[in-house]
Design a protein around this ligand. Structure first.
Ligand SMILES: NC(=O)c1ccc[n+]([C@@H]2O[C@H](COP(=O)([O-])OP(=O)(O)OC[C@H]3O[C@@H](n4cnc5c(N)ncnc54)[C@H](O)[C@@H]3O)[C@@H](O)[C@H]2O)c1
Ligand SMILES: O[C@H]1[C@H](O)[C@@H](O)[C@H](O)[C@@H](O)[C@H]1O
Length: 336
């Protein structure tokens, strides 16, 4: 193994800070040593808390020889420029999901990486590292329950300030678009999105909840409910109905309390609590693979395919029709 990694992070907002915290206080083999953010004052306060060097410009940090690897946790629209800068500098780069809001931007990233002749990019599809989804995948692959026929999923956030009608697909259900393709090992062929009655808690013109329907190559039907103002907690559900059994994503382990003639088990408040183990495993594996010189987590191509499906679902939502999804063959570079 190589020496410890010095990581530079661009984006010191909500998830950026949780990643700094886990890498510097919990995980092994790397430290976040530098940061940059468009909000320089806030970035300085984060740097002070964790003892990091501040760069006024993210690109300068990425180009600095002292930085061995990069994490991008800016808002979605700014991922591409920093990921491309990291590829140009020949550095491993972990980019939060979605890789970029436009499929063509994801494609540009994949092409830059292919031209660099080295897989440098990993996308933050952390559900692939969640022990519950990993159990579901092992059960499906055991073949004991027959083929999956239908998947019923829900992705509920207690609230989502600033969300607009495009974001449930492109910022939230992009997780399901990725993890379900990985889970069942099939590409999607079409998408539809319908609007149930909108909650009184939706801000502005936001349509919430939304239900996305996906169909796969072999005809598996998937429904995913996104409800970003569900109020009661952060709740993720996935049931895979197979020919000879139904497989359910486990809930995080929490003791049940019996009191006052009720049974109660707590529900997580947000993603950082619900997927804490997934993020820890995701980052420890990423650090280990960067140190070993071969990154093999969710790739820029996975980011691209996710965005192609998300764009089809967005078009389906806006036109209220069913939209076909065409999946290009995987380039040899991304075949594992
Ligand atoms: N994997 C997950 O479960 C998960 C959870 C939350 C967020 N995310 C993703 O992480 C990213 C950040 O989300 P967040 O919740 O931390 O948002 P946030 O708004 O809390 O933080 C974003 C940060 O990016 C900075 N920023 C904006 N434009 C910039 C630019 N051009 N250059 C440098 N910095 C810039 C902002 O100042 C802010 O500090 C998003 O892409 C989001 O989709 C992923
Ligand atoms: O950026 C966040 C994050 O990806 C969460 O995991 C998801 O539940 C939210 O809906 C999304 O807004």
């Amino acid at each position: 193994m190589e020496k410890n990694l010095n990581i530079g992070i661009v984006g010191t907002g909500a998830i950026g800070r949780t990643h700094i915290e886990r890498i510097n206080r919990k995980l092994q083999g790397a430290k976040v040593t530098a940061c940059a953010d468009a909000n320089l004052d806030f970035c300085r306060s984060v740097a002070e808390k964790y003892g990091l060097k501040v760069y006024e410009n993210g690109e300068d940090m990425i180009a600095d020889d002292k930085i061995n690897a990069v994490i991008v946790t800016t808002l979605d629209a700014f991922h591409e420029e920093y990921v491309l800068a990291a590829i140009k500098a020949g550095k491993f780069v972990f980019c939060e999901k979605p890789l970029a809001p436009e499929a063509q931007a994801c494609r540009r990233i994949a092409e830059a990486e292919i031209a660099a002749r080295r897989q440098l990019v990993q996308v933050g599809f952390m559900r692939r590292y969640d022990p519950g989804y990993r159990q579901l995948k092992a059960l499906i692959e055991s073949g004991e329950y027959g083929s999956p026929l239908m998947l019923h999923c829900a992705h509920r956030n207690p609230d989502a300030p600033g969300f607009t009608t495009d974001m449930p697909v492109e910022n939230s259900m992009i997780h399901e678009i990725d993890v379900l393709r990985w889970l069942i090992g099939e590409n999607y062929i079409s998408a539809e999105v319908v609007f149930p009655k909108t909650t009184k808690y939706a801000q502005g013109a936001l349509k919430d909840p939304q239900i996305m329907y996906l169909t796969t190559e072999s005809g598996i039907r998937i429904d995913v409910e996104s409800f970003v103002n569900c109020r009661y907690g952060y709740d993720i559900k996935c049931e895979v109905v197979c020919e000879e059994g139904s497989l359910n994503l486990p809930e995080p382990a929490n003791a049940m309390v019996r009191s006052k003639a009720s049974r109660m088990t707590p529900i997580c408040r947000d993603w950082s609590e619900r997927f804490i183990e997934a993020y820890n495993v995701e980052f420890q594996e990423w650090i280990n693979s960067c140190r070993a010189g071969v990154v093999n987590g969710p790739s820029a191509w996975d980011g691209y395919l996710g965005q192609v499906a998300a764009k089809a679902a967005s078009k389906a939502r806006d036109t209220q029709t069913r939209i076909a999804i065409k999946t290009e063959p995987t380039p040899d570079f991304y075949k594992k």
